[in-house]
Design a protein around this ligand. Structure first.
Ligand code: PNS
Length: 161
């Protein structure tokens, strides 16, 4: 059974991310969503909160688990003995950064293959940063994230429940 790792900040997880998890799971027997634990990178949500949201959103998805990692992704891949790394590509402009990431990950761990997946077209322009901006400015984000994440965003930015 091939294990695929889908790493990211997930700050917070969006419906686009979840679409990608489902697509990855259709191809690979087991998918680990690996949430970045990086104290020096400023995230809106803390690690625990990000993990909690990913866990809730992926609950019931067979073959999908959630983990955290810090340090180099290539090292984490070695620890997990995982040889497939999933990254989502929405638009061509994503490729610049993604190829750079894949290049370094290949140099650091030559046994790992980065597999790029394209989300459903309705998620093409969806990004956590934009969702946060929308939420911060008080508009509903229910069509971009799960109800739990929408609630957390409201709590974070509007002090709502
Ligand atoms: O969701 P993101 O922020 O686009 O995910 C980026 C992520 C977490 C995959 C990337 O920043 C990462 O792997 N960071 C860990 C450090 C690392 O291995 N960097 C790449 C080689 S220098």
């Amino acid at each position: 059974m091939t294990l695929a790792v889908y790493p990211g900040s997930f700050d917070p997880v969006t419906l686009g991310h979840l679409d990608l998890v489902r697509r990855a799971r259709r191809i690979f027997g087991s998918v680990v969503v690996a949430v970045l634990d990086n104290a020096s990178k400023r995230h809106t949500f803390g690690l625990e909160e990000r993990v909690e949201m990913v866990c809730a959103a992926t609950r019931g998805m067979k073959g999908v688990s959630v983990d955290t990692f810090s340090g180099l992704l290539a090292d984490y891949m070695k620890t997990k003995r995982a040889r497939v790394l999933i990254r989502g590509v929405r638009v061509v402009s994503d490729m610049d950064y993604e190829f750079q990431l894949a290049f370094f990950n290949r140099r650091l761990g030559p046994n790992v293959e980065t597999v790029f997946l394209m989300p459903d077209g309705k998620y093409t322009y969806l990004a956590s940063s934009m969702v946060k901006e929308v939420a911060r400015l008080g508009a509903p984000v229910d069509s971009f994230v799960t109800p739990m994440v929408a609630r957390r965003l409201r709590q974070k930015f509007q002090g709502g429940v």
